[in-house]
Design a binder for this molecule. Structure first.
Ligand code: S3P
Length: 172
């Protein structure tokens, strides 16, 4: 089984993914980090130099290649990965994949992302927390229909240990 963690930027995909990999003894892979290694560029530079459309195409290609590989792996996606092309449908149709949406409230996302927006090209230009909160609200409204197709949806406003317990309970 490949466990795919998805959700908005700042929802904790990377942190929960690496913790969960210890608990389950699964390999862990962060799609953004993988892309940065393979392309030898940061995500911010890929957006700046090659454009968002190029990024959307390669994130799909890399994910498809990874899904053909090993079992017992956790992959955390970028926030937008499941919202482009037919990626979400492809993930759900794959019987070896379990999709998990880490659902976090707008105020929690805003507080987290305001502190770490500089390396995220979609939000780095937003100046105030109010602007960021409004952006997240609208963006999440567009993206939620994709995220909500996940097989497992977890309230990820809780402490990491509670999130991991919820995930494990629903997986097995
Ligand atoms: C994006 C989220 C980022 C990264 C890129 C685009 C998005 O990943 O893939 O900046 O469209 O939401 P994280 O969700 O890991 O920040």
């Amino acid at each position: 089984m490949t466990i795919v963690l998805l959700g908005y930027m700042g929802c904790g995909k990377t942190f929960i993914g690496s913790q969960l990999s210890n608990v389950l003894n699964y390999e862990y892979l962060d799609l953004d980090a993988y892309i940065e290694t393979e392309e030898r560029m940061t995500i911010a530079d890929i957006f700046k130099e090659k454009g968002e459309l190029y990024f959307r195409k390669i994130e799909k290609t890399y994910l498809e290649a990874l899904l053909k590989q090993s079992d017992k792996r956790i992959i955390s996606l970028g926030g937008g990965t499941p919202c482009y092309f037919d990626t979400m449908e492809t993930l759900i149709a794959n019987s070896k994949v379990k999709t998990i949406y880490l659902k976090v409230s707008i105020p929690v996302l805003t507080a987290r992302l305001f502190k770490e927006k500089s390396h995220r090209p979609l939000i780095s230009h937003l100046q105030t927390e109010d602007e960021l909160s409004e952006f997240i609200g609208k963006h999440l409204f567009e993206r939620s229909p994709f995220y909500n197709k996940s097989e497992i949806i977890v309230d990820a406003n809780q402490a990491p240990t509670d999130i991991i317990n919820q995930v494990v309970l629903q997986l097995f």
